[in-house]
Design a protein around this ligand. Structure first.
Ligand code: FAD
Ligand code: EPU
Length: 335
């Protein structure tokens, strides 16, 4: 296995930030990983599709690009199927594989960019489903102990856009495989957002996982910028959670504020609404900007530096704090 030196990462991050990695290698198997000889004093970064990352500058260390492939049904009964996937599989291709085989559970997660290995890292979610709902187990290689560990769902400590891999174990593992538990008899999740309306516009009479997946794809194509055309990493911030009392107070000032009740009684605020209300939607400063159809998405209009995007995010954070008294948290990994 060979490292490329001074490799441009422009094609390996969906913001399209043009920085260089001192050393870059494609990892196709756990054997390759365990045989790596690395200089101890240099940082390591595992990279999947690069669709949730903002590079602030050149990376003076090793980038390990996960290319471990393979999709295998490892268990099947009348109701369910366990599918083990290499962490380097492309997530949307896997969604299509599942829809094509009648394996239900991730059709609402269609068209999310990135690789399967990253799906548990921030417990990807969309349209009322999160990966934790179908997660069975994963295998991860400890980069320093050089040992494989197996994680169950409870080991992963999944939360909203969160897991143990963003906290206690940050930077310590390369996830090598993820196994998902999918259903042969679908339970449809169509109440979230505009799915129902989209299905009606599509003229769908017999609901199927294909139809739900297609509805999600249509909504996402309309709202979210395609990174192949305009650099972005999806939602730049998380939707913040506040108490019901704080929400009532905000609503007395902003009657149209958007929030969703959570099981424990707290409210999840739509950060996109607040950012739009604060006047940022469609804003542009140099080559960094805020998407004109979805204010939660920061964009690279072409040639932006990571710092330009980051500085814009700082300005937005400060303005939301000042206007609403709410602290936003970045969802994107800043490196
Ligand atoms: P990367 O960006 O390569 O990595 C993300 C983090 O995970 C980094 O810290 C990296 O070090 C780590 N990592 C990656 N792979 C591994 C591995 N194998 N082992 C250990 N660590 C690893 N996310 C959602 O949840 N819901 C959405 O609806 C959504 N929509 C999006 C829409 C657009 C247009 C874009 C650009 C992004 C969107 N995202 C969404 C964010 C992104 O697609 C997900 O976070 C995705 O899971 C990132 O996968 P990746 O392979 O690109 O990860
Ligand atoms: N809104 C606005 N203006 C905007 C954007 C949103 O007013 O510019 C309001 C609207 O009222 C809308 C509400 O916010 O009804 C929610 O918007 P949307 O349905 O677009 O979802 P979101 O909360 O902005 C979240 C996820 C997305 C996921 C969608 C669909 C987070 C941080 N983001 O966005 O995930 O695709 O829901 O489930 O939770 C990502 O994580 O990268 C991502 C794209």
């Amino acid at each position: 296995m060979q490292f490329s030196e001074n490799k441009s990462l422009a094609a390996f991050n969906s913001f399209g930030i043009d920085v260089k990695a001192r050393y870059f290698a494609k990892i196709s198997s756990v054997d390759e990983l365990s045989n790596l000889q690395l200089m101890q004093n240099l940082p390591l970064l595992v990279l999947g599709g690069g669709s949730n990352i903002l590079f602030m500058g050149d990376f003076n260390g090793y980038i390990l690009h996960n290319q471990i492939r393979g999709i295998e049904v490892v268990h099947e009964d009348e109701d369910q199927v366990l599918v083990r996937t290499g962490a380097g599989e492309v997530w949307h291709d896997f969604v299509e594989y599942c829809i094509g085989n009648g394996f239900a559970g991730i059709e609402n997660l269609a068209l999310i960019p990135g690789r399967n290995g990253a799906s548990p890292i921030q417990n990807i979610g969309a349209y009322g489903v999160e990966v934790k709902d179908v997660f069975y187990e994963l295998e991860a290689f400890h980069l320093f102990e050089k040992k494989i560990y197996r994680f169950s769902a409870s080991d992963c400590a999944f939360g909203y856009r969160d897991s143990v891999f963003k906290n206690k174990y940050k930077g310590q593992f390369m996830i090598s495989s993820v196994t998902y538990r999918l259903n042969k008899k679908p339970t449809f999740h169509t109440t979230y957002g505009a799915i129902q309306q989209e299905l009606e516009e599509m003229g769908v009479e017999d609901l199927s996982i294909r139809a739900v997946g297609d509805a999600v794809i249509r909504i996402r194509r309309f709202k979210l910028p395609d990174p192949a055309i305009i650099g972005n990493a999806g939602s730049f911030f998380k939707n913040p959670e506040i108490s019901a009392a704080d929400f009532q107070q905000l609503r007395s000032v902003y009657p149209d504020i958007v929030g969703y009740a959570l099981p424990g009684g707290n409210i999840k605020l739509a950060a996109g609404w607040m950012i739009e209300k604060a006047g940022w939607k469609g804003f542009r400063k140099g080559q960094a900007g805020v998407h004109d159809k979805q204010a939660l998405v920061l964009v690279n209009h072409g040639g932006a530096k990571g710092k330009e995007i980051y500085d814009l995010s700082e300005e937005i954070l400060a303005s939301i704090r000042e206007k609403f008294g709410v602290d936003l948290e970045r969802e994107v990994n800043v490196v």
